[in-house]
Design a protein around this ligand. Structure first.
Ligand code: AP5
Length: 217
């Protein structure tokens, strides 16, 4: 099951991809999570990407593709994977397609989580994550039991640096200019599935299961 999740910032790609990975048993590969981990660890890669991620700009295609390409070589990806936040430009999509076609394992589906911009801004402004385990919360739709404290490990709930109004606006412009063209790209490839992401998490998941269950072998 080779799947990519596509959608505006805050459309729920990470939330869905995490639970899909558990349900179907394939790895969740989030370029955003990889970059944030490298930044937190002060690694060379982290230093290279920090300014891009914090300001809401895209990390250059070549560097991003290299990271994903290396991850896809791991044994746990042989039978399937859930790509979250990659590809994000037509160039990334074309390079990925060339690699996967050559390896005879093309993408089965691209799940596009469609949202209104207004709802996306609300979700991102109210998102919090645990500073230890990185579990995602939402002050409106998925609040923790105790304010500001993670239900799982008592970690502190923090706001992502790119979830502030100015950077959210910038990320939405980047999506419109560079990522939205992927919708018609993947429609043309015959693998696009559009899902209304503007509904409760469980309802969105149910639609996705309806698309993915028939792919189980
Ligand atoms: P990345 O981490 O990928 O950010 P993003 O695409 O902007 O997506 P988000 O993580 O903000 O949102 P999401 O769709 O995963 O939503 P979530 O599930 O968290 O990338 C960050 C940065 O890294 C980029 O700006 C760029 O700099 C760099 N980068 C990453 N990939 C790159 C690439 N390929 N090329 C170049 N640069 C790259 O949900 C959001 C909130 O809503 C949460 O609080 C959640 O609890 C809540 N929620 C989720 N679903 C629902 C629902 N159905 N109903 C109500 N609330 C919900």
């Amino acid at each position: 099951m080779k799947i990519a999740l596509l959608g505006e910032p805050g459309s729920g790609k990470g939330t869905q991809a995490k639970s899909l990975a558990k349900k179907y048993g394939f790895p969740h590969i989030s370029t955003g999570d990889i970059f944030r981990k490298e930044i937190a660890g002060n690694t060379d890669l982290g230093l290279q990407v920090e300014e891009y991620v914090k300001s809401g700009r895209l990390v250059p295609d070549e560097l991003t593709f290299k990271i994903v390409s290396q991850r896809l070589e791991f044994n746990d990806c042989t039978r399937g994977f859930f790509l979250d936040g990659f590809p994000r430009t037509v160039e990334q999509a074309e390079t990925l397609s060339a690699k996967l076609t050559q390896e005879k394992r093309p993408l089965d589906k691209v799940l596009y989580l469609q949202m209104t911009e207004e709802e996306v801004v609300k979700r991102l402004s109210s998102r919090r994550e645990c500073d230890k385990c990185r579990r995602i919360y939402n002050l409106i739709s998925q609040p923790p039991q105790t304010p500001d404290v993670c239900d799982l490990d008592n970690g502190k709930l923090v706001q992502r640096e790119d979830d502030v109004p100015e950077t959210i606006k910038k990320r939405l412009v980047v999506f419109a200019n560079l990522t939205e063209p992927l919708i018609s790209y993947y429609r043309g490839e015959g693998v696009l599935e559009t899902i209304n992401g503007d509904r409760p998490i469980e309802e969105v998941s149910k639609d996705i299961y309806g698309i993915l269950d028939p792919l189980k072998k």
